[in-house]
Design a binder for this molecule. Structure first.
Ligand code: PLP
Length: 389
């Protein structure tokens, strides 16, 4: 095993963000230097910028298997999800539907729309999830009726990596004439995820640039032709009058360049993840999923008895391993994971979840080095506790 010094870092937090790929950086550079036109301007510089956005829209719509006009750019996955949910709530206020259903283990960019929706007079109900954060379809069936305007269900959960059967959920949602929004941030252009908008059959899909080796601060929303959303950012008519503001041409170009690349080969990523969990098992790692068939290839989510995520992540960071708990950090301490709570874990257990996410460049050798550091961290924490007793 190689020595683990802080200069020999291992990054296992690809679900949080990925490094910017060379192709994206190169595609962005002209728009940060000589090509500075405003895409809304009629002169040559403006038309040049507009062409770059059109070409990026073409790339993203092809990747989604949808029409050019069905894709809009936003400032990221968070804004896209807000636009999907709140934009629909505003647009269809007089449609006689007063309820919106959100999956209980959705990302906060979905869950925290609740305050806005309530202020608009909607009833917001959380749809329970199972022990692995997949939407409980029986519960959905009992909650979805003609009063429901929209259901929001993520494609893959960002903490556990578990994948929802979106098409099946879409069928149940469409039966009562409701709309389905799907947060596809963790699966759009992700390793081993070859799907199109038609495959999923959601009415609105949202995606982000920085999870796929593109830049931060850029995202996309697919809005099925015929579905209308009210803008949340009023402005100069950009993005088909649905999202005002001068477009971030550099980020849009970088996003499209990342989409144009093949997504990473899931084979080595899955092999690394599998080896990693295999090495951790004899050391008491409790896995959050029973099997990895319907889980993203790079996700490993484990707990170690009586070791909170915060202590582990601090020790691991010192050992040169970057991972996460998947839960928000506020006032210097890690909150219990709302995802694990929704899965039925206790408050204590929900503070123990550790998420390791492999990405491009993963190998079984890297997995072994990472596992060695995790095992050492567990022993160190357990050792320091028993010596204090
Ligand atoms: N949805 C999911 C499932 C995510 O994992 C994230 C990123 O953490 C987001 C939405 C937010 O995307 P962005 O960081 O582009 O706002």
């Amino acid at each position: 095993m190689r020595p683990s010094t802080p200069t020999d870092r291992i990054y296992l937090d690809h679900a949080a963000t990925t490094p910017l790929c060379r192709e994206a950086r190169e595609a962005m550079l002209p728009w940060l230097t000589d090509s500075y036109g405003n895409p809304s301007s009629l002169h040559r510089e403006g038309r040049h910028a507009k062409d770059a956005i059109d070409s990026a829209r073409e790339t993203v719509s092809k990747a989604l298997g949808c029409l050019f006009a069905e894709v809009l750019f936003t400032s990221g996955g968070t804004e896209a999800a807000n636009l999907a949910i709140v934009g629909a709530a505003l647009q269809y206020r007089d449609a006689g539907r007063d309820t919106i259903l959100l999956g209980a283990s959705e990302h906060h960019c979905v869950l925290h729309t609740e305050a806005i929706l309530s202020a608009l007079g909607y009833r917001v109900t959380l749809v329970p999830v199972d022990r692995e954060a997949r939407l409980d379809r029986d519960a959905l069936d009992s909650l979805v009726d003609e009063r429901v305007l929209l259901v929001s269900c993520m494609h893959a959960n960002n903490e556990l990596g578990t994948i929802n059967p979106i098409r099946e959920i879409a069928d149940r949602v469409h039966r009562v004439g409701a709309l389905l929004h799907c947060d596809a941030v963790q699966t759009f252009h992700a390793p081993g995820q070859g799907w199109t908008a038609q495959d999923l059959d959601a009415d609105i899909l949202t995606a982000s640039g920085h999870k796929i080796y593109g830049p931060k601060g850029i995202g996309a929303i697919y809005i099925r032709a015929g579905v209308k959303l009210k803008p949340l950012i009023a402005g100069g008519g950009q993005e088909r009058d649905v999202r005002g503001g001068t477009e971030n041409v550099a980020a849009i170009a970088g996003f499209a360049a990342a989409v144009q690349l093949d997504s990473p080969d899931p084979g080595p990523i899955r092999a690394a993840r599998d080896r990693f969990v295999e090495l951790l098992r004899p050391h008491g790692a409790m896995e959050s999923v029973a099997g990895y068939a319907r889980v993203l290839p790079g996700h490993a989510h484990v707990r170690f008895a009586e070791i909170d995520a915060e202590s582990m992540l601090i020790v691991l960071d010192r050992m040169g391993l970057s991972a996460s708990s998947g839960s928000a950090c506020s006032s210097g301490s890690i909150e219990p994971s709302h995802v694990l709570l929704a899965c039925g874990y206790s408050d204590l257990e929900s503070r123990m979840g550790l998420r390791f996410t492999f990405g491009r460049g993963a190998s079984v050798e890297l997995a072994a080095q990472a596992a060695e550091r995790v095992i050492r961290a567990v022993e160190q924490i357990r050792g320091s506790r028993s010596s204090r007793r």
